[in-house]
Each structure stands twice: as structure tokens, then as C-alpha cells.
Design a protein around this ligand. Structure first.
Ligand SMILES: NC(=O)c1ccc[n+]([C@@H]2O[C@H](COP(=O)([O-])OP(=O)(O)OC[C@H]3O[C@@H](n4cnc5c(N)ncnc54)[C@H](O)[C@@H]3O)[C@@H](O)[C@H]2O)c1
Ligand SMILES: [Zn+2]
Length: 362
């Protein structure tokens, strides 16, 4: 299967997402067609740079770019203003100018951080996403949300800054640790429920190939997810109309769970998996979907090895957290729910129904 291309139609800010197997080697040539400068900085983590740095940096140099590899430490705690500031310093030292470009090579952490630096250094330099995690390829690498964390909240400081293109080489997922693959699959499955029967049935049939990182299935599924996210971003680039919010399916309970467990004992994908089951149970209680669709959540997520039950008995703290988050965002108890398979909508839910669904999930 050749490389797939998904367009993100945003007028002057529009761009292409390239999804392939082994297409990392085409980065230099693709970059050449969108930038005028001969200078590039690749921002990565040591682990990812060890695996793919040579290929990326070598390819860029071959295409005539003066290329600098800038590593940042691995981990969410380094998605910070301090690390961003170090990068500004290094770019200035290397005499980077407005037309020189920055490339994020790695997962969502490096993508968000490098994107934020690219958006703000000299009021914005050309930026390329090269996501190497499944989450990065189907979610964080697309759509232009860039940010760093603040001690008070995750992603508190950021902006919208679209990349010039996104290059996803799904063969890089072969080296991704299994828990990270599974975590990314929670988001993939999320797209399945949002899209409808076509994608969901495909995922149900080909899950084993996905787990086995098989080329053709992976290229197809990542491209499908990108197409969905691109369509939603095109409708609501800046997350204002509520359309982009549907990508938060499963994330209300998921975020509350991550926060109450201190972001350590549970991965984002695990939290979202449980959150989707809770959302499905809420929808079931409101008569929006039937039990069979709830069961499809539980079965598919279970096959991946993702949890589908609340791990802690303290439902009170989760519910409190949900109310707190909603209030701080100025929302009533609004959830992304399915009004049938492939029919997501924003629905107001009473605390009582949330409570009952949470109890059912534990
Ligand atoms: N901007 C957005 O729209 C958006 C959306 C969702 C999530 N996010 C952000 O994404 C971040 C999470 O991203 P993530 O899940 O990709 O985690 P991550 O970036 O921390 O990557 C996970 C781990 O995998 C390693 N890794 C990456 N690629 C690898 C590869 N091919 N082989 C081996 N190891 C590899 C990394 O070094 C890291 O240790 C969070 O900060 C979150 O806020 C952003
Ligand atoms: Zn998510």
C-alpha cells in the first residue's frame, strides 16, 4: 500500500497529512517543497532520536538542510515553559530566523512543546509534525493545538498553530512500547464510535492486525482517523462551536479519573476507555442507545486489554471532580454522548444520572 494523503482544508492554513510505511525518508523532499530556508531544527527525545534521529537528520542534510538535533528530556513534566525557554535560547544561539523551520519528532509531548515554541519564537516559524506514537498520529499531531503545562493545569499556556504538514510513518510504531500502543488504540476506538458502523466494524474485524502493527491495516486506520479529525477541525478550528468538543468523547470521566489518581497510576488511554464506557452507560440510561452498543464498547476495549471498569471505589471524588471541571469551564453537566452509533452530540446530564452510571461502571 502506498502513502495516503489526507487534506486539512483550512484555506491559507491548510495542509496535508502523509500516512505511510517507511515514508520517514521522504521528509527532506517534502520539506523542500514548503519552505524557502535551508535551516531546520529537529526537536525530539533521546529515546526517539536514538531510534529515528539518524534517518531524519541524515535525510534532511541530504536534501540540503543545515540540520540541528535538539533533544529535550522525556516526560510530561518537561512540557513546560522552562524547557520551552531553553529551546528559545538554543534557537537564538544557532541564529534561527523567521523562515527557518522546526520539526517535532516524537509523541504528543514533543509535538505540543515544539509546536508551542515554533508558534512563539520570533512570532512564529514554519513547523512540521512527525508523530511517532499512535496517539500523535491520530490525535495530537493534527489540528494545531499546541501548549505547555503549568503547575496549576495541563495545557494551560498555548495557542492554535497549524503545522505546514504532518508526516506519519506508521512503521515507527513497531518500536513503541505496548502500553503506549494500547493507549493510542483507545483514541482509535473513540473514532470508531464517533464515525459509525463502517469504521467500528472494521476495527472489530481487524483489531488483531492493529495490535500486531501490520502495515496495510495500520495505514488505513490511521488515515481514517486523520480524515475524521481533519473534518472536525475544518468545521471548528478554534474549538468554539462545540463541534470539536465531540472529540472529547469519554474524556469527561477520563480526565476526572486521571486527576483523582494523580496522573500516575492510570494512562490517558485507560482513563478514556473507562470514560467511554461510562458515557455509553449514561446514554443508555437516557434511552439514547441500547445495551448492545454499550456491550460493543466493553468488548472491543476489553480485547485491547484496556480497562472498562472504574478502578477505585471512590465514586464521590470522581463525581466531585467532574462537577468542578465543568464549573471551571463554565459548562453545566454537559457530556459528549452517542445518540446512536456514529451520532455524537453534546447533552446535558443530571448529576443523579451521572452518579448511577458511575456506580454501574464500578
Ligand atoms: N495537541 C493536541 O491536540 C493533543 C491531543 C491529545 C493529547 N495531547 C498531548 O499529547 C501528550 C501525550 O502524547 P503521547 O501519548 O504521544 O506521549 P509521549 O509524547 O510522552 O510519548 C510516549 C513515550 O513514547 C516514547 N516514544 C515515542 N515514539 C516512540 C517510538 N516510535 N518508539 C519508541 N518509543 C517512542 C516517548 O519517548 C515517550 O516516552 C500529552 O501531553 C497530551 O496533553 C495533545
Ligand atoms: Zn485523549
Amino acid at each position: 500500500m502506498g502513502e495516503r494523503v489526507v487534506e486539512v482544508a483550512l484555506g491559507a492554513r491548510g495542509y496535508k497529512i502523509y500516512i505511510g510505511w517507511g515514508n520517514l525518508s521522504s521528509l527532506g523532499e517534502k520539506l523542500r517543497s514548503v519552505v524557502v530556508s535551508n535551516k531546520a531544527a529537529v526537536i525530539s527525545h533521546p529515546i526517539v532520536a536514538d531510534l529515528y534521529g539518524e534517518k531524519v537528520v541524515g535525510g534532511l542534510r541530504e536534501a540540503g538542510f543545515e540540520t540541528h538535533l535538539l533533544n529535550v528530556p522525556d516526560g510530561e513534566e518537561y512540557k513546560s515553559l522552562e524547557v520551552a525557554s531553553n529551546l528559545y535560547g538554543k534557537l537564538a544561539e544557532l541564529e534561527f530566523h523567521r523562515s527557518d523551520c522546526m520539526i517535532a519528532l516524537g509523541g504528543g509531548v514533543v509535538g505540543d512543546l515544539a509546536g508551542f515554541v515554533a508558534a512563539t519564537y520570533m512570532r512564529g516559524v514554519p513547523f512540521i509534525q512527525v508523530p511517532t506514537t499512535l496517539l500523535g498520529q491520530v490525535d495530537s499531531g493534527i489540528g494545531g493545538k499546541v501548549a505547555v503545562d503549568h503547575p496549576r493545569a495541563k495545557n494551560l499556556i498555548g495557542c492554535f498553530y497549524q503545522p505546514r504538514f504532518v508526516l506519519s510513518d506508521v512503521s515507527t510504531l513497531k518500536s513503541l512500547p505496548e502500553p503506549e500502543v494500547k493507549s493510542g488504540l483507545a483514541e482509535v476506538i473513540k473514532y470508531g464510535f464517533l464515525e459509525g458502523e463502517r469504521l467500528l466494524s472494521f476495527l472489530e474485524a481487524d483489531l488483531d492486525s492493529l495490535l500486531g502493527i501490520e502495515r496495510d491495516v495500520l495505514v488505513k486506520v490511521v488515515a481514517e482517523c486523520c480524515r475524521m479529525k481533519a473534518a472536525i477541525v475544518e468545521e471548528d478550528e478554534r474549538d468554539l462551536s462545540g463541534r470539536r468538543a465531540i472529540l472529547n468523547y469519554g474524556h469527561t470521566v477520563g480526565h476526572a479519573l486521571e486527576a483523582t489518581t494523580g496522573y500516575t497510576s492510570i494512562s490517558h488511554g485507560e482513563a478514556v476507555a473507562i470514560g467511554m464506557v461510562c458515557a455509553a452507560r449514561i446514554a443508555r440510561r437516557l434511552g439514547l442507545i441500547d445495551e448492545a452498543l454499550v456491550e460493543r464498547h466493553v468488548v472491543l476495549l476489553g480485547r485491547v486489554g484496556l480497562p472498562t471498569k472504574l478502578p477505585i471505589s471512590d465514586i464521590d471524588s470522581i463525581q466531585e471532580r467532574i462537577l468542578l471541571d465543568k464549573k471551571s469551564q463554565g459548562e453545566a453537566n454537559i457530556f459528549v454522548l452517542l445518540k446512536g452509533l456514529g451520532k455524537p452530540a453534546l447533552v446535558e446530564v443530571s448529576p443523579q444520572v451521572v452518579r448511577e452510571a458511575l456506580e454501574e461502571c464500578s
